[in-house]
Every structure is written in C-alpha cells, then in structure tokens.
Design a protein around this ligand. Sequence first.
Ligand code: FAD
Length: 314
Amino acid sequence: MSAVLEEPMTATTENARTLAGRLSAGSVIRANEPLGRRTTLRVGGPADLYAEPASEADLAAALTFANERQLSVFVLGRGSNLLVRDGGFHGLVICLAQPHFTRILVNGGRLECGGGAKLRDVANEAMRQSLAGMEFFEGIPGSVGGALRMNAGAYGSEMFRVVESLRFMAYTGHAETVPVNQVEASYRSCPFFKTHIALGAVLRGQPGERAAIKQRMNEFSQKRWSSQPKAPSAGCAFKNPATIPAGKLVQELGLKSTRVGGARVSLEHGNFIVTEPGAKAQDVLDLMALIQERARTERGIELRTEVQIIGEDV
Ligand SMILES: Cc1cc2nc3c(=O)[nH]c(=O)nc-3n(C[C@H](O)[C@H](O)[C@H](O)COP(=O)(O)OP(=O)(O)OC[C@H]3O[C@@H](n4cnc5c(N)ncnc54)[C@H](O)[C@@H]3O)c2cc1C
C-alpha cells in the first residue's frame, strides 16, 4: 500500500501525489505544509513538499525522487535552531518524525537513538538507566539529528563528547554506520551533516547514581529557566565571538529589548530573539541585521548567526 496524501488534489500537489505513490503507507506526505508551527520561533512560510518517511527505504526513495525532479532538499529536526523565511521553502522538506527514527534503544551502557529522537527523551532515558553524561540534553528542545548537525552543547559538554558511532544517509540514498572519529565536529557545527542526513547515533554514558543524575538535570533546568526567555525563540541567535559572549555584547551595545515589528531582543538574555504572535520572519532577519551592523561598526566584531536560515523572501 502507498502513503496517503493528506491534502486535497490541486495542480500544485502533483509532485506530492507522485511521491506518495512511491512510499509505504506509514510515510506522511503533504503539499504546501506550513513550517512556522514546526519551528520554535513560530514564523515563516510553507514547504512546497513535506515528507516524514517511515523507514530508511522510504527516505532513500524520497531522495531519489527529489534528485529526479531536481528539488532542493532540507532536513528538518524539531525546528529549534531554524528560521524559515516568509516565502517558504521551494523544494522537499524531510522530517524524521515517524517511529522508526524516534526510537531510543538501551544496549548496556549505550543508547541507540534515531535521528528524530527528542534530546529530552534521551536525557530522561539515560537517567532511568543510571547513565551519566547526558544531563546537558535536558532543556535543549532539539532532536538527535539536529544536535549532531549543530554539535549542540550546554554546561561544559557537547553532543560529540557522548557519541560513539553514527549512522547517516548520503543524498544518493546510500546509508552507512561509522565510528565517531571519522566525522569532524567543532563549536556548534558538524559540516558533514550539511551534505549527509543523520539517521541516528549510539550514545555512550558513564555508570552513575540515578539520584545524582536527576539532581544535575534539575540544576541545569533551574539555571536555564532563570536565564532564558519563555517566549518563542530559536535559542542563541549568534555564535559567541572569541572575545565576548554574544549576549553580553548585545547588552553592552544597549540593544536589549530592541524591537523590529513582532521580534525583539529578549530582556532575559541578549543573545535570544523572541517573537510575538503575528511576527514575520523578516522582522527577525531585520533585527539580526541591525545587531550585526552595530557590532561591526561600534566594536569591529563580525557576529555569525547560529540559527540556520532557509527559504525565500516573499
Ligand atoms: C529555548 C531554546 C534553548 C536552546 N538551548 C540550546 C543549548 O543550550 N545548546 C545548544 O547547542 N542549542 C540550544 N538551542 C538550539 C537548538 O535546540 C539546537 O541547536 C538543536 O540541536 C537543534 O535541533 P533541531 O532538531 O531542532 O534542529 P533544527 O532546528 O530542525 O535544524 C537545525 C539544523 O540541523 C539540521 N538537521 C536537523 N536534523 C537533521 C538530520 N537528521 N540530519 C542532518 N541534519 C539535520 C537542519 O537541516 C538544520 O541545518 C536552544 C533552542 C531553544 C529554542
């Protein structure tokens, strides 16, 4: 049986209908899928085509289809480090949200995690298994795949410190598992995953006391929520320059709570841009450009965005 297209048929859904015909029934295919609600910033336009493959075979078939039709492909995690422009994404957005990719299997002192598994679920499973070292995932609202691409980190640790091996798929559809030392990662980036899809990872923990692990998670959570806004954001907007944390720089430039349309710099944290209902992606982009301009002209610092930006302007 083939996947069900969850959209009424129009001329623009032709690609979606054909793709749905090639994938199994467990896969989800949609046309003109709004992406704002799939991001923590809550802004931005739709994806022409959106797919949640049910298996590696379906993912490979979706990539083959995109190659044949020369469609751009973007892999969406939980959208917590992502800004989609208001005109949306013209191409195929793939999200590993189906159960095959969200599983977390326990294997001795290791967790075998799918690329779509939530970091919070990973942290909680590690705690249940008395595995220390993954407490820092608590409060990072992303997926394992997004954390691999971004080498996500907090409180002195980062993703690549706990990874033992990785499974990935090239855009040709070829899948492979490799030890972590074959893939390079740096501060908030793993360039390998610009050109490969993270299917999953084996994460290694250290034997620990469950109560102590729980306590560390609680401490991290308290620290986080006393210094971060609750309003919609994509986490840190900018990478920290070598000389000063980006949030401190924004504060020193007197830009805290500066507003453009429905976007403003958070009062709680200078490196967070938060949005209000009705905000546009363009408001966020203009506010980021304003901050970058002030950092450049007043301090000679080039602020590089940490948040990933995709799509087209309106
Ligand atoms: C309130 C808040 C707090 C945050 N705190 C932190 C923090 O403490 N530390 C930190 O590092 N980050 C933090 N972030 C940012 C964000 O949560 C992380 O970068 C996270 O790893 C992104 O994961 P995601 O699944 O949401 O990825 P997305 O935002 O969906 O995507 C980010 C990038 O990863 C790529 N990607 C996603 N999945 C895959 C995949 N399977 N294969 C290949 N590429 C993929 C996307 O193509 C994109 O380029 C925070 C964000 C918010 C909103």
